[in-house]
Design a protein around this ligand. Structure first.
Ligand code: NAP
Length: 356
């Protein structure tokens, strides 16, 4: 990484500061002594803000809360005042949405527009970092067949998701495109985009809403005890994602998108790690369901496991090139075992999963 600039005299804004991914980013900022302008939906929810406040009490930096909502125009004006760097992490991460347009697309796309147009109106802003996702790089594992070099890179875009097929991925694609459109229309601030794969590792708060927790919980709560699907995916530690954001925010030379993904792995490999570490105390899946069976019963078990989803993802690998993040952001990815076992241990400690 080229010399980072830590001008700790200017505050730094973080949208969605209550989130899983943002939690560790706020921790890193506080470690460096920044004043964090934390934009949250409910600054009076002391229970939800407790972990952030506990961190601020121990670390050199400080936090000021601002009430803001992605869907309310002008909502981020006060929080952004005086900030040179803006981290836009807020976006709903849910794999099941009743109304994808309202629940996912609007907060992601309109929210990004709202935050970045505020950056245009705020003279102090020099750098905006948007938390996108590998979901904006690819839609289904089958897309790997159509990319050059047999691995996803930063030059790939998700062209296969829609409102009815992988709507979360669609929301992240529309949001990132909106970000680039707004960034390219001005020249005061630069945009850097972080594209994490599935984020794992312990959260700073036990009150997790992120689908990362829902998914890992399902490995240990018996949901998958009769078998798991074989799906390839990328994973990355939440602390490495925070480090990537820090480099993106403060290193002058970084530019463009960054696939932030430590490992190309799969559901069966995650289950194997959990089984070998936590033994037989939890009903981890041992069997992989055949693709034909998932294709037949999937849609009856879970709404989003459509036949199209099964055909285009089950039994297919995910392969992404993370070399740009290593070379330019200086990320040293933690071992996958560390991220997964520390996360699961935290879930045990917080009663999210219970031993048999
Ligand atoms: P999370 O814990 O559920 O955090 C989502 C954050 O967005 C929360 O702070 C939430 O605020 C905020 N938010 C949602 N709707 C909002 C609205 N209408 N107005 C203002 N804030 C709103 O999920 P996460 O996993 O940390 O995700 C954070 C970011 O990382 C998202 O952009 C997500 O797409 C991206 N990402 C996550 C993963 C992953 O595996 N976790 C992977 C790739 C990318 P409240 O506390 O008020 O609900």
């Amino acid at each position: 990484m080229t010399n980072p600039i830590y001008d700790t005299s200017a505050p730094v804004m973080v949208t969605g500061a209550t989130g899983y991914v943002a939690g560790w980013l706020v921790a890193r900022l506080l470690e460096k002594g920044f004043t964090v302008h934390a934009a949250v939906r409910d600054p009076n929810n002391t229970e939800k803000l407790k972990s952030l406040n506990d961190l601020a009490a121990q670390l050199p930096g400080s936090i000021q809360y601002f009430k803001a909502d992605l869907l309310a125009e002008g909502s981020y004006a006060e929080a952004m005042q005086g900030c040179q760097v803006v981290f836009h992490t807020a976006s709903p991460f849910s794999l099941s949405a009743q109304n994808p347009q309202k629940d996912l697309i609007e907060p992601a796309q309109l929210g990004t527009r709202n935050v970045l147009e505020q950056a245009n109106r705020t003279e102090s802003v020099r750098r905006v970092v948007v938390t996108s996702s590998c979901a904006a790089i690819y839609g289904d594992n089958a897309d790997l067949e159509n990319v050059e070099g047999e691995q996803f890179t930063e030059s790939d875009w998700n062209t296969t998701s829609s409102l009815t097929h992988q709507p979360y991925s669609y929301s992240k694609t529309l949001a990132e495109k909106e970000a680039w459109k707004i960034a390219k229309a001005q020249d005061r601030w630069s945009l850097v985009v972080i594209n994490p794969s599935l984020v794992l590792g312990p959260g700073i708060s036990p009150m997790a809403t992120s689908a990362s927790f829902t998914l890992i919980q399902q490995f240990g709560d018996g949901t998958m005890k009769s078998g798991m699907v074989d799906i390839g995916m990328g994973v990355v530690d939440v602390r490495d994602v925070a480090d990537a954001h820090m480099a993106a925010g403060f290193s002058p030379s970084v530019q463009g998108r960054y696939i932030t993904s430590g490992y190309n792995t799969s559901f069966p490999k995650l289950a194997e790690i959990l089984r070998s570490h936590f033994g037989k105390a939890f009903p981890f899946p041992t069997q992989t369901l055949p693709k034909w069976l998932v294709w037949i019963v999937g849609p009856f078990v879970a709404e989003n496991t459509t036949r199209k989803y099964v055909s285009r993802n089950v039994g297919l690998p995910f392969v992404a090139d993370n070399s740009k993040s290593i070379q330019e952001l200086g990320i040293h990815y933690r071992p996958l075992e560390t991220s997964l076992t520390e996360m699961f241990q935290q879930m045990i400690d917080n009663g999210l999963v219970n031993a048999k």
